[in-house]
Design a protein around this ligand. Structure first.
Ligand code: TNX
Length: 517
C-alpha cells in the first residue's frame, strides 16, 4: 500500500510537469535524474543548528533523527551553513539525488523551511520516494503574517497552537494575536485582575447581522489566556520560527476593559462587556493615569512576548466622547491640542516612545497616521493600500493588510450554502493576485513594505473549525504572495499544487474549504 502510494506520488509529480509541487512556490526548482528511495537502515542526520528541522522531520516522516556533526553520504542530512549563497537566514537549498537528500539552511530557520519543503515532497507522512531535484529558496518578504482574533470569539490554546503549525507549514513567520476588544479581554494582566475577572466574559452574543429587532443567543461566552498559557504559546511558536505579535487595542475597541475599570473611560455610564459587533463609541480617556495603566499593561505584555513588535491597535476611534467630555477638552487644552484626533496621536506617540525605550517597536492600524506618529511606528494598512503608501512615503515601515485582499472573514464563493459571514467577497484568485508593493512607491520606498498579513476577524467564526474553513486555502494563496518572487507566481500552477496541501490538511483534520478550484 505504502509503496503503491509512493509510486502514485512520484507519478503525480511527473504528470504535473517538471516541477515539484511545493507551496509556496520556491525561487528555483531544477529537476535532476533518478529517484531517491528511502531504505531501511538509512539515517536522518541533523547537525546542531538544525534541531528544529530535525524535529519537524521526525514528526512528519515517522523517523528518529540523529544529532551529529558527521555528514553521511546516504539518507537525509540537514545542516546549517552560514556561507550558503542565499540572501537571508530563512533561505535554504534542498538537493535530492538517488542516494542522498541534503537540506542546507543558511540559518536554523532556513533548515526548518527546507524540512517543510521535503515534507511536501513526501506527503504520505512516511519517508518515501522523491524524484531528484535541486531547490534553492528564500522569502520575498520578512513579514508573512496571520492575525487571529481571539477577542470576538475565544480561541482555545490548542487551536492557537494548531494555527501556528499550519502557518509555519507554509513558511509564514508572524502570528498576531488580537487579544483585546469590546467583546472580550483575553490575556491575564496580574496588576489589573478585573481585566479578565470582568472583561473576559460577555453575557450573550448577537445573532446574525443587525436584524430588526436584534436577536441574542442568551449564552455567556468567555475565556482568556493565563500568563503560563502565553509562555507555552510563545515557546511553541519560537520552535517553529514564528514570532507572536500581541495586540492590545487602544484607545478604541476598549469596552471590555472599561466594563472592568470604568474610571478609564469618558462617561459615568456603567458598561458591560459588549454583546454586539461594529464600531463602538466607548473609548479610553487620555488622562495621565490611563496612560500609566496602559503602560503597565504593556510592561506585562513585553515580559510575556519577547519579540520585537507590539501592536497597539489604534483603529476605529470615534471622537464623539472626547468632544463631549469636559475632562478630555481640558486635557487637550493642557497639552496645547486643538483637534480631538490629536489626542489620539498624543496617546500613540506616548506608547511608541514607551515601547521604543524598552527596545521594542510599535505597530498600529493605519488610523495612527491621522493623529500623527513618529517614523519609528510601523503601520498596518487595512483600509486598502492607501495608508501603506502614505506611510512608506513618509519613511514608516508598513505591513500590507488591505480588506480587498487579506480579509478572510469575507465570503469566499457566491454559493448560497456558504455559512453566514460578515459580508464582502474575497475569492481565492483575488487573494493570489495581491501585490504587496504598490506601484505608487519608488524602489527605495518599496523597501519599507515588510510584507503582508491575512486577517481572521472572528465575529462570524464562533469556533476554530469555522476559522479553518475561512482560512484555507486562502491563507495558502497569501503565503505564496508573501514568499514567492512576483515573477514566479502563476495561479493555474498554484491550483495544480494545492492538492499537496489538501492531503496534509486532511491528515491533520483541518476543515479547509474544498471547492475553490
Ligand atoms: C474592521 S480591521 C476592524 C475589525 C473588524 C473587521 C471586520 C480593523 C483594524 N478593524 O474590528 O473585526 O473590520 O471585517
Amino acid at each position: 500500500m505504502r509503496t503503491l502510494f509512493s509510486i502514485l506520488a512520484v507519478a503525480a509529480c511527473a504528470a504535473w510537469g517538471q516541477e515539484a509541487a511545493v507551496i509556496p512556490r520556491p525561487v528555483s526548482v531544477t529537476s535532476g535524474t533518478g529517484v531517491f528511495h528511502w531504505k531501511p537502515g538509512m539515517k536522518l542526520a541533523v547537525d546542531a543548528g538544525s534541531a528544529q528541522a530535525g524535529r519537524v522531520l521526525e514528526a512528519g516522516l515517522n523517523l528518529k533523527a540523529e544529532a551529529t556533526a558527521a555528514k553521511p553520504a546516504a539518507g537525509i542530512r540537514v545542516t546549517v551553513d552560514p556561507a550558503l549563497a542565499v540572501p537571508s537566514g530563512e533561505g535554504y537549498t534542498l538537493d535530492v539525488t538517488p542516494s542522498l537528500i541534503s537540506i542546507r539552511g543558511k540559518g536554523p530557520a532556513g533548515a526548518f523551511y527546507g524540512a517543510q519543503t521535503l515534507l511536501q515532497l513526501m506527503p504520505s507522512g512516511q519517508a518515501s520516494e522523491v524524484r531528484a531535484v535541486r531547490i534553492k529558496d528564500y522569502p520575498r518578504f520578512v513579514w508573512r503574517g496571520l492575525m487571529l482574533d481571539t477577542a470576538r470569539h475565544f480561541l482555545p490554546k490548542p487551536a492557537v497552537l494548531k494555527f501556528i503549525d499550519l502557518a509555519a507549514m507554509q513558511k509564514m513567520n508572524v502570528v498576531q494575536l488580537h487579544l483585546t476588544d469590546d467583546q472580550g479581554w483575553r490575556i491575564e494582566i496580574r496588576k489589573y485582575p478585573l481585566l479578565t475577572g470582568v472583561g473576559s466574559m460577555r453575557k450573550q452574543t448577537l445573532i446574525g447581522h443587525e436584524e430588526k429587532p436584534k436577536g441574542f443567543d442568551g449564552k455567556p461566552h468567555g475565556g482568556f489566556y493565563s500568563q503560563a498559557d502565553i509562555a507555552e504559546m510563545v515557546q511553541y511558536a519560537r520552535e517553529r520560527f514564528v514570532e507572536l505579535v500581541p495586540e492590545i487595542e487602544m484607545p478604541g475597541h476598549a469596552q471590555a476593559a472599561l466594563a472592568a475599570y470604568p474610571e478609564l473611560g469618558n462617561t459615568s455610564q456603567k458598561l458591560e462587556v459588549f454583546t454586539q459587533w461594529g464600531v463602538n463609541p466607548n473609548v479610553f480617556n487620555v488622562e495621565e493615569r490611563t496612560i500609566l495603566f496602559l503602560q503597565d499593561v504593556l510592561t506585562e505584555v513585553m515580559q510575556m512576548f519577547p519579540g520585537k513588535f507590539i501592536h497597539v491597535g489604534g483603529d476605529e476611534v470615534p471622537l464623539d466622547q472626547w468632544k463631549a467630555s469636559p475632562a478630555a477638552q481640558a486635557r487637550m487644552k493642557q497639552l496645547g491640542l486643538t483637534k480631538e484626533v490629536q489626542l489620539h496621536g498624543y496617546l500613540m506617540r506616548r506608547m511608541d516612545q514607551f515601547l521604543t525605550q524598552h527596545g521594542r517597536r510599535m505597530v498600529g492600524w493605519d488610523e495612527i497616521l491621522e493623529g500623527g506618529v513618529d517614523q519609528s511606528a510601523t503601520v498596518m494598512s487595512w483600509r486598502g493600500n492607501k495608508g501603506g503608501i502614505e506611510a512608506a512615503k513618509m519613511g514608516h515601515d508598513v505591513v500590507m493588510a488591505p480588506t480587498t485582499h487579506t480579509y478572510f472573514d469575507y465570503y469566499q464563493t457566491k454559493s448560497p450554502s456558504e455559512p453566514l459571514a460578515i459580508g464582502g467577497f474575497l475569492p481565492l484568485e483575488t487573494v493570489y493576485g495581491f501585490e504587496p508593493v504598490p506601484p505608487e512607491l519608488t524602489a527605495e520606498q518599496g523597501k519599507h513594505v515588510l510584507g503582508t498579513q491575512g486577517q481572521a476577524w472572528s465575529e462570524y467564526m464562533p469556533v476554530a473549525s469555522h476559522m479553518e474553513y475561512m482560512l484555507f486555502p486562502r491563507l495558502t494563496a497569501l503565503a505564496e504572495v508573501a514568499w514567492t518572487p512576483a515573477a514566479r507566481k502563476n495561479y493555474a500552477d498554484f491550483q495544480k499544487r494545492l492538492p499537496v496541501m489538501e492531503q496534509r490538511w486532511k491528515a491533520m483534520g483541518v476543515n479547509y474549504h474544498p471547492s475553490q478550484k
